[in-house]
Design a protein around this ligand. Structure first.
Ligand code: ZN
Length: 278
């Protein structure tokens, strides 16, 4: 499965990045992004339910769509692949998970350091309509509850961050920040939105400094996420790819394992870190 020199290298790694995409969660039953717009989701064009503009014009429709998606995700559990990623933390000093998934399944499986490039559907944040906010007479401030831009005289005095944390994504009217009154939205990256710069920089730093990167279930078609394995390679890291089909990375990978993460990842860990045959 793994050539012996690479196996020795992996066993000596101090820093490993595990980079995961939709294929990782597909085996738990989470539809891949494309699938979400088929079947029951085919009623909507993605731009109509997952963009700033959609929320601006049809906030309740957008909210309701995310509630349905979140309810679907709540019904699934991490698979053997997620469990294997979490187990890696007991075998390697530093493991950083970088994921394109918004489903919280890595954390549910026990992974502690997870950089979510596209956010997390179960976390909420304030909807900031910058165009509207900066066009008004008020000077915006940062709301001390939601950390979003707010208009000073609307910020509640008695609200706490705990009040905000208690609000969850569920059916009903769109909730508001208890501090500034801004409408809340899922903390995920919608169409046309940039990635969170702090998360992206942390991911780039992890990729630049890792000894090995294991790429799992990502088609590597979405930038800038797709560049992370390449950065790791430039930095001298070994690249292991697990995917059902070859990708643009496969040619550059030190090992390409073709198949499902839930089957191959436990085998990889067994072969490298838990085998006594060395
Ligand atoms: Zn607020």
């Amino acid at each position: 499965m793994i050539p012996d020199p690479l196996r020795q290298h992996l066993r000596s790694c101090q820093n490993i990045v595990v980079f995961t995409g939709a294929g990782m969660s597909a085996e738990s039953g989470i539809p891949t992004f494309r699938d979400r717009f088929e079947g029951m989701w085919a009623l909507y064009d993605p731009q109509d339910v997952a963009s700033l503009d959609a929320f601006r014009h049809h906030p309740q429709t957008v909210w309701d769509w995310h509630v349905q998606l979140a309810d679907k995700i709540r019904q699934v559990a991490p698979n053997a692949g997620h469990a294997a990623v979490a187990r890696l933390e007991s075998l390697v000093p530093n493991v950083t998970v970088i994921t394109q998934n918004i489903d919280n399944l890595h954390q549910a499986a026990g992974s502690r350091t997870v950089l979510e490039l596209h956010g997390n559907i179960f976390r909420l944040k304030a909807f900031v309509d910058a165009d509207e906010l900066f066009a008004g007479d008020h000077s915006p401030i940062i709301c001390r509850i939601c950390d979003g831009y707010a208009v000073a005289d609307e910020c509640g005095t008695y609200a706490t961050k705990d009040d905000l944390a208690a609000i969850v994504l569920k059916a009903g009217p769109i909730p508001r920040c208890p501090g500034c009154g801004a409408r809340l939205r899922p903390d995920i990256v919608w169409f046309g939105e940039p990635l969170d710069i702090y998360v992206l920089e942390s991911a780039m730093r992890a990729a630049d400094t890792c000894d090995a990167l294991i790429c799992i279930g990502s088609s590597l078609e979405v930038q800038p996420a797709a560049s992370l394995p390449v950065r790791a390679k430039w930095g001298g890291a070994k690249i292991i790819e697990i995917n059902p089909e070859p990708t643009s990375l496969s040619f550059h990978a030190d090992v390409f394992l073709q198949g499902k993460a839930a089957e191959l990842l436990p085998q990889l860990i067994q072969a490298v870190w838990q085998s006594t045959n060395y």
